[in-house]
Ligand binder design. Structure first.
Ligand code: UN1
Length: 500
């Protein structure tokens, strides 16, 4: 299928993609896919004003009725799953199976949110005063800005959007300028669902296209009580400072430098499969990608031999072809950063397998690399940094405690994994003295989380939690209520204040 027909299948006709400063390209071969207008500051201001007005009405719609809107949106996504999955592959470069998996993640979080729309539970609290009762209730918060990254151009927005909508908030979406088309195609389905829902006000959801200044405008705006941002630590720091300066909230899901530990009690065949997917899958461009591997000295060669073989034979190519497992990096700058990191590691004496740029006939304008295994004796500065590329640093270890300490010895704290069949090791890893990350897995790689759990991490990962569990609470405001059903005024803590 031609690129034009893939775009058309996702609802993006060529005639709508002809003007503007935002140039959409496919990393498959660098072909220009279209041009889009960036929103001016005035236009963004108008969208925020519309979101404020829409919020005032939407907060009064009963939550289960708000869930109906999310259900209707998800039905449209289901009907368009194949086209949306292919669009993700085309614009972000991830392989088709992962593109389809990402659309499934959109559907899954919508299902979750629909169920949630009949919950949003508060508390009743025992009051110390006679004839009083206390409650804790959750109310809609306001317009929520969602800033999303190129590597999950649909799912991460959906984690936020589906929850925010059932929570009674309006939403504004600033996608990465590398994946504007994915945002446009998905948002149109929400627009259609809103138009078909008599209770949903116009302006309930807006797409804000542009570069970093558009995100800055949203982050600084007093009408937006919550800014949920996914991307680099540098971007998250800027959002955090801008929201803090006005006492707004930031929900941050930033980088990761995720590790896995393989102990002598591990199933090595299972470990190897999980490691290759986590490190080389999505061409190493997930925030949950595996970047560091700590292997017990006694099983080091037994694990590394099959890993080196697997790395050497990974099918690299067009992400739309069924046989490809590793697609391109997002752009040339990503390749340069990868080569820079490998050069530093080489200088430090690393043994490197793979890592070279790959030229593919007919796809010369693409940015293909062979995933790299970088074997070192101990961590170095560059292995403590997140390079958003398929580089897996591998270290031998002697003591389990030392491996956990080494895993935790980075500035990020997103995801982690332990491969073992030893219960004592597994429980230690999951305990307070184990992994310091937001996500900790046993016999499963660090990437590919399901939507049911809270997603996010500690330290420079930003501390936010999105997606499942009780992450919805971030999108609402909590109110503690006290009701006196007696004719007497009674003060808490026994305080007396009698007036004559
Ligand atoms: C991201 O890389 O920004 O756990 C999100 C995962 C996916 C989400 C990743 N469900 O790998």
């Amino acid at each position: 299928m031609s690129y034009q027909s893939l775009l058309a299948a996702a609802g993006l006709g060529a005639d709508q993609l002809q003007h503007g400063v935002l140039i959409a390209r496919t990393p498959i071969d660098g072909t220009e896919l279209g041009r889009l207008e960036a929103d001016t500051p005035e236009r963004i201001e108008a969208k925020i004003a519309a979101a404020v007005a829409a919020f005032r009405r939407w907060r009064l719609v009963p939550a289960p009725a708000r869930g109906e809107l999310v259900r209707s949106f998800a039905e449209r996504v289901r009907r368009n799953k194949d086209a949306l999955g292919a669009l993700i592959s085309l614009e972000s470069g991830k392989i088709l199976s992962e593109g389809l998996g990402e659309v499934q993640e959109v559907i899954d979080i919508c299902d979750f949110a629909v169920g949630l729309s009949r919950q949003l539970y508060g508390l009743t609290i025992a009051s110390e005063r006679p004839h009083h009762h206390m409650l804790e209730r959750w109310h809609p918060l306001g317009p929520v800005a969602i800033i999303s990254a190129f590597n999950f151009p649909m799912a991460v927005w959906a984690w936020n959007a589906a929850l925010a909508l059932v929570c009674g908030d309006s939403i504004l979406w600033k996608p990465s300028d590398k994946t504007s088309l994915c945002a446009l195609a998905l948002h149109r389905l929400l627009d259609a669902a809103i138009a078909a829902d008599p209770q949903a006000p116009t302006g309930l959801s807006a797409l804000v296209l542009g570069g970093p200044s558009a995100g800055e405008q949203l982050a600084a705006h007093r009408a937006i009580p919550l800014v949920s941002a996914t991307g680099s630590t540098a971007m998250g720091r800027a959002v955090s400072l801008a929201t803090a300066a006005r006492f707004g909230r930031a929900l941050l899901e930033l980088g990761g430098n995720n590790a896995a530990i393989v102990t002598p009690a591990a199933d090595l065949a299972l470990s190897a499969r999980a490691i290759v997917f986590a490190a080389a899958g999505t061409a190493g461009q997930r925030c949950t990608s595996l970047r560091r591997l700590l292997v017990h000295r006694t099983v080091y060669e037994a694990l590394l031999a099959p890993l080196r073989r697997a790395y050497a034979s990974l099918p690299i190519g067009n992400p739309l072809s069924a046989e490809t497992l590793v697609g391109p990096l997002v752009d040339g700058a990503a390749v340069e950063r990868m080569q820079g990191a490998l050069a530093v590691a080489r200088q430090a004496g690393a043994r490197i397998s793979g890592g070279e740029s790959v030229r593919l006939p007919g796809l010369e304008g693409g940015h293909y690399v062979r995933p790299a295994l970088v074997e070192l004796l101990a961590p170095i500065d560059i292995s403590r940094q997140e390079t958003f590329a398929p580089i897996l640093y591998v270290f031998p270890y002697e003591q389990f405690e030392q491996a956990i300490a080494s895993q935790n010895d980075v500035s990020h704290g997103l995801s982690s994994a332990l491969f073992t069949t030893n219960l004592l090791e597994a429980e230690t890893f999951l305990s307070a003295e184990g992994s310091d990350c937001g996500i900790a897995n046993i016999n499963a790689g660090p990437s590919g989380a399901e939507i049911g759990g809270a997603f996010g991490g500690e330290k420079e990962t930003g501390g936010g939690r999105e997606s499942g569990s009780d992450a919805w609470k971030a999108y609402m405001r909590r109110q503690t209520q006290t009701i006196n059903y007696s004719p007497h005024l009674q003060l808490a803590q026994g305080v007396k204040f009698d007036i004559v």
